[in-house]
Write a protein that binds this ligand. Structure first.
Ligand code: HEC
Length: 245
């Protein structure tokens, strides 16, 4: 090969490496945007279900009026403030909005299917908690899209929420000197098994303490053992896995 030719080969090589690098960096950026949107949605949805706990858990009244339409109406305003998106009028030609709508539809299906549970008369605690809402919504969304949304914790109650190796390491990061509310993301695996992983911490607020607070080991109203968390503690995380396209 002449000097000129080998220089050319080198330049073409460098150029295609750069293109590949930029391509994968852009893909990661797109995934990050999508993951944040999905996590924001689940956090808002959890908050709506949390805000309705006292209505859901009254024993006297049968019809609580907490339907999918009521859930949507309560979510829409805050979600728009948070993301600028109108959940009732999404542009589904946009890839991310299309997936967001699938998540929203999954959540509405979960609320609709829970109506007998929510409206059951004569008992107080119904068990339709933010965690159960989140678990069911994540399961439905995974079936529709192959994207996993999981609530996880180092002190998990539900074995289905058990953290894997990546989640355990990230939860430990969140628990020691992490910037409050900051997410962590990474592209893991290689070849056909590549995926984009995103986690955002979930914190204990005043209203979580009745079940997750002190004293450790006492039963909460659901009959489960309290973990002894204090306000502001990291309770766990929302974990999202987007498989490479
Ligand atoms: C009424 C009691 C109750 C309240 C209040 C409550 N939780 Fe929970 N939480 C539970 C139960 C029960 C589970 C296990 C659900 C299951 O079996 O899937 C759970 C599970 C979780 C999980 C999933 C990890 C795991 O342990 O399996 C997270 C994260 C979580 N709660 C966060 C919170 C946060 C944050 C708050 C306050 C905003 C809160 N919870 C308020 C009862 C409660």
């Amino acid at each position: 090969m002449t000097k000129k030719k080998s220089l050319l080969v080198l330049m073409v090589g460098l150029l295609s490496a750069t293109v590949l690098f930029v391509q994968s960096a852009c893909a990661a950026q797109d995934d990050e945007k999508l993951a944040k949107l999905l996590a924001d949605y689940l956090l808002k949805g959890r908050a709506v279900v949390a805000n309705n706990q006292s209505i859901i858990n009254t024993s006297g009244k049968a019809d609580k009026g907490f339907t999918a339409a009521a859930y949507e109406a309560q979510l829409a305003g805050d979600f728009k403030k948070m993301t600028g998106l109108d959940i009732r009028n999404l542009d589904t030609s946009d890839h991310n909005s299309n997936l967001l709508l699938k998540l929203h539809n999954s959540a509405k299906e979960v609320v609709t299917e829970a109506q007998p549970q929510i409206n059951q008369p004569g008992i107080a605690f119904k068990g339709f908690s933010p965690a159960i809402y989140g678990k069911r919504t994540g399961d439905k969304f995974f079936k529709k899209t192959g994207i996993s949304i999981k609530q996880t914790s180092l002190k998990y109650r539900n074995p289905a929420n058990k953290p894997d190796k990546f989640e355990t390491a990230t939860l430990k990061k969140f628990e020691s000197g992490w910037v409050r509310g900051k997410s962590y993301s990474e592209t893991t695996g290689s070849g056909g098994k590549k995926s984009f992983r995103y986690m955002v911490p979930v914190y204990i607020t005043q209203m979580c303490l009745t079940c997750h607070g002190a004293p450790v080991g006492d039963n909460d109203i659901t009959g489960r053992k309290k973990e002894g968390y204090k306000e502001g503690d990291v309770r766990g995380a929302i974990s999202i896995v987007i498989p490479a396209k």
